[in-house]
Design a protein around this ligand. Structure first.
Ligand code: GAF
Length: 389
C-alpha cells in the first residue's frame, strides 16, 4: 500500500513560482482533497454530508503585483503562464486555469478588492479520482487571496465563493460539500455538515484506535459523461422537489417517502428521490453511531449507500461495483463508492489485519475483469485549508 504521510513540501511550488515570475512568493497556502464517508448527491438537495480531508492536496505559492493581471502556472501543466486581466469573465479560459482564475472572478464579483496576482500551484490529489482535486485547487487559491488582500472572509463564505467559481466560471453545477470539506475539515475528524443551515460538527474519527482501517481504493476507471450525468441528476431532483411541493428533497423524510413516491409518475424520478431521502437518513444514523462509539455499526450503512447509488441513483460503473463486492467478500465491514461516481474511488472500512488481503483481492478481481490496476491507500483525516508559509 502507498505511504500516506503528509507531503506538503513547499520547496517545489515556491521554486516553480520563482522560475515563472522571477521573485519569491509572498506566501504558500495549502488545501486538501477529500473523501466522503457518506451523504452522496445530497448536498445539492439541501441535505447532509460527512466528508474528511485527505493528506493529499494542493499548494499555491502566491505573490501580489502592482498591475491588473492574473498570471498562473501549474507544476502539473508545464508551459508559459496563463495570463488574463483582472476583469476576465466566465469563458475567458476553459482549461485547468479556470479553477484558479474563477476564484479571482468570484471574489471580485462578490465585491472583494482582489488586485493583480501571480500564482503557482502544485498538487498531489490524483486528478479524475473523485477526491476533489478541483475544490482543493479553488480553496488553496481562495485562502491565499483572503489572507494576502486581508479580506477577512469567514470559512463558510469562502467555501461558497469557491463553489460559485466552479458553478459559474468552470460550469460544473456542484454542491458545496467539497469546498466546505477543503476549508473546514480538521485533523482526526469527519465534518458533519448540514448543507441547508451550513451548521457543522467535527466528529472524531480514529479507526486505527479500534484496529480498523479506512481504505481508499482508486479504481482508475476512466470518467465518461460525468458532468452531463451529474447535471441531469441535479435537474431531476429539482423537478421532483417541485412536483412534491417542497423547497428541496431534504424536506422529505423517510416516513413520508411512500406517499411522496406514490405522487410521482416517472420511475426514474422515483428512484432518484428514494436515493436522496434514504441517503440523508443514513448520514444521520452514521453520525449517531459514531457519537455512540459504534464504529463497526456504520459498515452496513456504507454498503446500503452503495446499493442505493448503484440501483436508484445509477452512478456506479463495473469497477466501483467490483471493488465494493470484492472488499465485502474479503472481510470489509462496509464499502461504498465515494464522490460523484462514474469512476473514481471506493472506500472500505476493514479490520486492519485484513487491509492487505482486501487490496490484493480487489487487484486480482480487476485483473480478471480486464480493468486497469487499481491504487489504494489508507485514509487518515487531515487538516483543512491553511497557510503553510
Ligand atoms: C461531486 C460534487 F462536486 C459534490 O458537490 C457532490 O455533489 C458529490 O459529487 C456527490 O456527493 O463531488
Amino acid at each position: 500500500m502507498e505511504d500516506t504521510a503528509v507531503r506538503f513540501d513547499v520547496t517545489e511550488v515556491s521554486a516553480a513560482f520563482t522560475a515563472a515570475f522571477g521573485r519569491q512568493p509572498d506566501g504558500v497556502w495549502a488545501a486538501p482533497g477529500r473523501v466522503n464517508i457518506i451523504g452522496e448527491h445530497t448536498d445539492y438537495n439541501d441535505g447532509f454530508v460527512l466528508p474528511m480531508a485527505l493528506p493529499q492536496g494542493v499548494r499555491a505559492a502566491v505573490g501580489r503585483t502592482t498591475d491588473s493581471r492574473v498570471r498562473v502556472v501549474s507544476r502539473q501543466e508545464p508551459g508559459a503562464p496563463v495570463t488574463v486581466g483582472l476583469d476576465a469573465k466566465p469563458g475567458a479560459v476553459t482549461d485547468w486555469s479556470a479553477y484558479v482564475i474563477g476564484v479571482v472572478w468570484s471574489l471580485r464579483e462578490a465585491g472583494y478588492d482582489v488586485g493583480g496576482v501571480d500564482i503557482a500551484v502544485d498538487g498531489d490529489v490524483p486528478a479524475g479520482a473523485g477526491l476533489s482535486s478541483s475544490a482543493a485547487l479553488e480553496c488553496a487559491v481562495a485562502g491565499a487571496l483572503n489572507d494576502l488582500f486581508e479580506l477577512r472572509i469567514e470559512p463558510t463564505e469562502l467555501a461558497r465563493l469557491a463553489q460559485r467559481a466552479e458553478n459559474e466560471f468552470v460550469g460544473m453545477p456542484c454542491g458545496v460539500m467539497d469546498q466546505m470539506a477543503s476549508v473546514s475539515c480538521t485533523a482526526g475528524h469527519l465534518l458533519f455538515l448540514d448543507t441547508r443551515s451550513m451548521a457543522t460538527e467535527q466528529v472524531p474519527f480514529a479507526p486505527a484506535d479500534r484496529d480498523r482501517t479506512l481504505l481508499v481504493i482508486d479504481t482508475r476507471a476512466p470518467h465518461k459523461l460525468v458532468d452531463g450525468e451529474y447535471a441531469r441528476r441535479r435537474r431531476t431532483c429539482e423537478e421532483a422537489a417541485s412536483v412534491l411541493g417542497v423547497a428541496a428533497l431534504r424536506d422529505v423524510s423517510v416516513d413520508e417517502l411512500p406517499v411522496a413516491l406514490s405522487r410521482m409518475d416517472d420511475e426514474v424520478q422515483r428512484r432518484r428521490v428514494r436515493h436522496v431521502v434514504t441517503e440523508n437518513a443514513r448520514v444521520l444514523e452514521v453520525v449517531r453511531r459514531l457519537r455512540d462509539g459504534d464504529l463497526d455499526g456504520i459498515g452496513p450503512l456504507l454498503t446500503a449507500s452503495h446499493v442505493s447509488l448503484r440501483d436508484d441513483y445509477e452512478v456506479t460503473v463495473g469497477e466501483l461495483d467490483t471493488a465494493v463486492d470484492t472488499a465485502l467478500a474479503t472481510g470489509a465491514l462496509g464499502a461504498r463508492m465515494t464522490g460523484g461516481g462514474f469512476g473514481g474511488c471506493v472506500i472500505a472500512l476493514v479490520p486492519t489485519d485484513r487491509a492487505d488481503a482486501v487490496v490484493d483481492a480487489v487487484r486480482g478481481a480487476f485483473e480478471r475483469a480486464g480493468y486497469r490496476e487499481p491504487a489504494a491507500f489508507t485514509a487518515v483525516p487531515a487538516q483543512g485549508a491553511h497557510r503553510v508559509r
